[in-house]
Ligand binder design. Sequence first.
Ligand SMILES: [Zn+2]
Ligand SMILES: [Zn+2]
Length: 271
Amino acid sequence: MNYWICATCGTQFSLSEMAPEHCPICEDQRQYVGHQGQEWTSIGLLQEKGYKNVVKQEEQDLIGVGISPRFAIGQRALLLRHEKGNVLWDCISLVDDETVAAIQELGGLSAIAISHPHYYSSMVTWSEKFNVPIYLHEADRQWVMRPDERIVFWSGETLELQEDITLVRLGGHFPGGTVLHWSKGAEGKGALLSGDIIYVVADRHRVSFMYSYPNLIPLPASEVGRIRDAISSYQFERIYAAWFESIVAQDGREAVIRSANRYIAALAGKL
Ligand SMILES: [Zn+2]
Ligand SMILES: [Zn+2]
């Protein structure tokens, strides 16, 4: 019996003897099945192959946690330290004793919140290790491959986890696509933890918004405009997207507005 993990998207499934035949997340238009066909692994197998988590400070009270070498989609999670309880933003497939000890040293966890199904990964194992709830937007409920009583489905447009930590549903890439606004981040200028709901592009001064990133399927202009308007009422200097390197260091809010306007112009043939 094992909690099998899809090797392409990193999603952990419910306990079963045989690995599942399909991964619905990879078979969806927004992802893809690996070139060798559907392959499976597990936390134990990842450890046997030498995968480890690396922990890296991003700024004061914000610590990145990612798998090395890179596994599946390759995202890193972010530990947001807070006096009323730390929040793990997004999640990864591997959690081991070393990682648990490192996070305990940083004050442990009080909650997990995840941007969208591509980063659900091994969220239930993580929540068991720390005995904490997982906040997911209810619009993406169908993509939970390992249901668990610790999952809290929230609804509506925003959820305040702490006075200065707010989940904001932006949709787009997934209907429940969520970002985390941290008003005290970036030395009080505000930070946005965006997963790939808002995607930091190569120049790290702009962002993009896609229905599918690996398959390059864009969003309609109306959606991009809606996302721009929904997030521009928040102040934020810095954007932390899904990978260690994907950060907009300055003028984050302006970067989102500028990028959304460029995107809409491009779709209209007016670039
Ligand atoms: Zn998959
Ligand atoms: Zn995604």
